[in-house]
Ligand binder design. Sequence first.
Ligand code: FE
Ligand code: FE
Ligand code: FE
Length: 227
Amino acid sequence: MDQKDKTPEKNAPSKSEESTVISMEDNKTDKTKIKKEAVKTDESDTEKEKNNTKQQNMKSKNSQTDLGKFFLDALQDIYYAEAKIEESLAKIKHKATSEELQEALEDHELVTKKQILRLEKIFKHLGEEAKKKKCDAIDGILKEVDEMVKNTEDGSMTRDVAIIIGSQKVEHYEIATYGGLVQIAITLGHEKVADLLETTLDEEEETDFLLTEIAEEHVNFDAAEEK
Ligand code: FE
Ligand code: FE
Ligand code: FE
């Protein structure tokens, strides 16, 4: 270890001249600290009990309030959506022209699989069954993506433009959903769930950013050269 880390100030602060001058103040602070720590210990003693009760009440609480019900519905909606997105990515990755886009779609397919497992973890944490609820929005967006792909030529860069725009519509739907869900989870006091949802939100935002980069650096200029 460094000599710096063993300085007397760190180990015995009350013996320096300066600390004598402010020792009364220090004393007060120490007492407050001790009190606070005592309260903390009391809290941690009962914390386990509290958490158990919380977990037990979680399931009924979820369906007791309108916001709780709304939150569950929205989770079931995005759980359905992610499954459809995974299916779509598995198909569409073979239709992309550029290697960069193919790779990005393949990566996001794997990320999407993880997100589905993460949602299952969230349902479990809430004491709820993982259920899917039909999401008309994602069905519509994915239908549009399919049409855009069909209307572009195989092996063309215009095809990639279509896939990128379509995929970004999907990502933006997800960003809007997860962004809202993170905030509701915080409001409902589901901190762990909020963290999990935020991880997914970050992944969707990264993907959106990457798709923009691929469009700007590789695809759009080449597509503009096509007839
Ligand atoms: Fe996703
Ligand atoms: Fe939806
Ligand atoms: Fe996504």
